[in-house]
Design a protein around this ligand. Structure first.
Ligand SMILES: [Cu+2]
Length: 459
């Protein structure tokens, strides 16, 4: 991990904000490591404290702590950050310790934890520990349980992680603005007994969304539903790392939704069960098989499955607009419209004009000049063709014979002979078309007489 230790440079700010934590505590604040790289960092093996099986944060990292008198001390710094959404596009966001989302916090059931939160934003903030059962005064709701943390100030939260499970953190202060700017992070409380709920690979990420006008850098914070960047951990495909697993691994994927709409997450080639929510573990008798699970706003889901099917499997939000990147909202549907005449007319005026989408979208193949700092709508390059995807899409890569902690991209899957769809060039079988009469009449039956009501009076 390449942490840039910037604590010393910010010590003046921290001391100026010492009032909130008391002089003694401020003098001994733990370091606040930062991370600017958008790469998926290796799992953080616990150097002290109770043992646990660490998670892998997609395109993110976990926050190191300091153990002090048996208490795990973390230091989060709320600050403006620059996040690479994908190569070719950066966004001015707000986040924690150098990134949006902030680092994942991993603790163990029963741990006493102390979290220092330093505010380097231009406005007040707070942090709510979503899903934690804790003393009311540690809940982080500005105005209700604490005053806002003013710029330059540091607050201290302290509680015991009472339940193992899947949680997140986010501000409860000017939250529409702060979450639209990217302030959020993942939290995992591991079971006290590492054998409980044990899996071989455990991936975590947040579902988020931004509205960044093509050609600009800063999210529009007033947008409620028309976001144009649908992201896993503030990244879009093809810049979301694949989830690499060994054949035979038991895999857990945990996702939390801090966007403004639900996301039905879908996995190919495998069946999973929802084994946990932000409320805790789902008991085995209450689980059922799924290939898609909807994650509502403010919800978290942990899914688990046996990775027994080798290949490169799509893993994505099933809302098709969420696997696209930024587009203008006023693009008309042109499928079936012959634009040749139009193109000629426009070409006389605009020499490089190009007909768009009369055979379907086909936007993946269009090499249109884009505004600065703007990604193509769908842009992946696969081993067979372009991948018409962007946004909330990545791959689950199941491979035989990987090493236990090997998460590096193994490249494209090589399909065994006879297991690949290929073009057919032989004799064509007949392709029956649907009969033009309803089945009920073909057998000589009478069409049922449906009496149509002529108004709404009968309803
Ligand atoms: Cu979605």
């Amino acid at each position: 991990m390449t942490n840039r230790r910037n604590f010393i440079g910010s010590a003046g700010v921290l001391l100026a904000g010492a009032a909130a934590v008391g002089k003694a505590a401020a003098a001994s604040l733990p370091e606040a490591p930062t991370q600017q790289s958008p790469n998926t960092m290796a799992p953080l093996m616990p150097p002290n404290g109770r043992p646990y099986n660490p998670v892998v944060t997609l395109n993110g990292w976990s926050l190191p702590w300091r153990m002090k008198d048996g208490v795990k001390e973390f230091h989060l710094v709320a600050e403006p950050v620059v996040r690479e959404i994908a190569p070719g596009m950066k966004a001015n966001m707000w986040g924690y310790n150098g990134q949006s989302p902030g680092p994942t916090i991993e603790v163990v059931e029963g741990d006493r934890i102390r979290i220092f939160v330093t505010n380097k934003l231009p406005e007040h903030t707070s942090i709510h520990w979503h899903g934690q059962i804790l003393p009311n005064g540690m809940d982080g709701v500005t105005g209700v349980t604490q005053p806002g943390i003013q710029p330059g100030k540091t607050f201290m939260y302290e509680f015991v992680a009472r339940h193992a499970g899947t949680f997140m953190y986010h501000p409860h202060a000017d939250e529409m603005v702060q979450m639209a700017m990217g302030m959020m992070g993942f939290w995992v409380t591991h079971p006290k007994n590492p054998a409980e709920h044990a899996v071989d690979r455990d991936f975590v990420f947040l579902l988020n969304a931004y509205d960044i006008e093509p050609g600009s850098y800063t999210p529009r914070v007033n947008t409620m539903l028309d976001q144009n960047l649908w992201t896993f951990n503030s990244r879009v495909f093809p810049a979301i790392d694949p989830m690499v697993v060994r054949k035979g691994d038991r895999v857990r994927i945990r996702a939390g939704n801090l966007s403004m709409t639900n996301h039905p997450l879908h996995v190919h080639g495998h069946r999973f069960e929802v084994t946990g929510t932000d409320g805790g573990w789902v008991r085995p008798s209450a689980r059922w098989p799924e290939v898609t699970t909807d994650i509502g706003v403010g919800q978290m889901r942990a899914i688990e499955f046996l990775a027994d099917n080798p290949g490169d499997w799509a893993f994505h939000c099933h809302k098709s607009h969420h696997t696209m990147n930024a587009m203008g909202h006023s693009v008309p549907t042109m499928i079936g419209v012959d634009q040749r005449g139009v193109a000629k007319t426009i070409n006389d005026l605009v020499p490089d004009y190009m007909v768009m989408g009369d055979k379907g979208g086909s936007m993946g193949g269009m090499e249109m000049p884009l505004p600065e700092n703007t990604l193509p709508m769908m842009s992946g390059d696969g081993p067979f063709d372009r991948i018409d995807m962007g946004g909330m899409f990545t791959l689950l890569k199941v491979r035989e014979g990987l090493a236990r902690n090997d998460y590096k991209d193994p490249g494209w899957y090589r399909h065994p002979k006879g297991t690949l769809a290929v073009e057919w060039t032989g004799d064509m079988p007949t392709a029956p078309s649907a009969p033009d009469r309803p089945a009920s009449t073909q057998a000589g039956e009478k069409i049922m007489n449906v009496k149509k009501s002529s108004g709404h009076s009968g309803h």
